[in-house]
Design a protein around this ligand. Sequence first.
Ligand SMILES: CC(C)(COP(=O)(O)OP(=O)(O)OC[C@H]1O[C@@H](n2cnc3c(N)ncnc32)[C@H](O)[C@@H]1OP(=O)(O)O)[C@@H](O)C(=O)NCCC(=O)NCCS
Length: 179
Amino acid sequence: MSDRSLTAEELQTARLSLRRPTEADIDAIFAIHRDPETCLHNPSDALASLNEAEELYQRWNDQWQQCGYGYWVVRRHDCALQLGFCGIKPMELHGMKVLNLFYRFATSAWGQGFAGDAATAVTTWASQRVPVLPLIARVRPANIASQRVAVRAGLTRAQHLDGTGYDGLDWIYAAKLPN
Ligand SMILES: CC(C)(COP(=O)(O)OP(=O)(O)OC[C@H]1O[C@@H](n2cnc3c(N)ncnc32)[C@H](O)[C@@H]1OP(=O)(O)O)[C@@H](O)C(=O)NCCC(=O)NCCS
């Protein structure tokens, strides 16, 4: 995250703008979550209808209203196209309150470092603005790209927190765990 970062509703990196989603992003939420490739490792996240995307947007928006932060929609500065989504959500992991780091990008945007840039901006923002909560990412063991993004964002492997998630075994990556 650079000095150009504004409020929680908009974060900026050298290449990317991260904004709070609006209803205008529902089509992109659907397009990205209906693609079997983007949900290959997390099929429970797949969306089958626009109605499900509208419901997901509502849940994201509800969290923004409750917490003042949530998932951001990621774009290049010079392009309206939604590259993907990245953000944080409060949850409990083994009874511990944590922020879960999320990222999912359109396949056309993969392999250009966008997810790493966005996840780094989000973790930097979370470390500064929600410093009391540890940050975690739940990653399926075969999802190498996601593991690389978590590491690039400053998280390290926390094997002792591994557990079964919605789609099977989740490897946990974490930052700011209590001693
Ligand atoms: C995970 C995801 C966001 C990564 O997006 P991306 O824009 O390609 O990521 P980046 O370009 O920042 O690359 C991240 C790293 O993964 C590596 N990588 C990318 N695709 C890879 C692959 N298929 N296999 C191995 N490594 C890969 C890159 O080389 C890079 O490594 P580096 O940091 O050592 O240079 C994207 O693959 C995605 O949206 N996947 C589906 C959703 C998902 O799985 N989300 C995570 C749920 S836990």
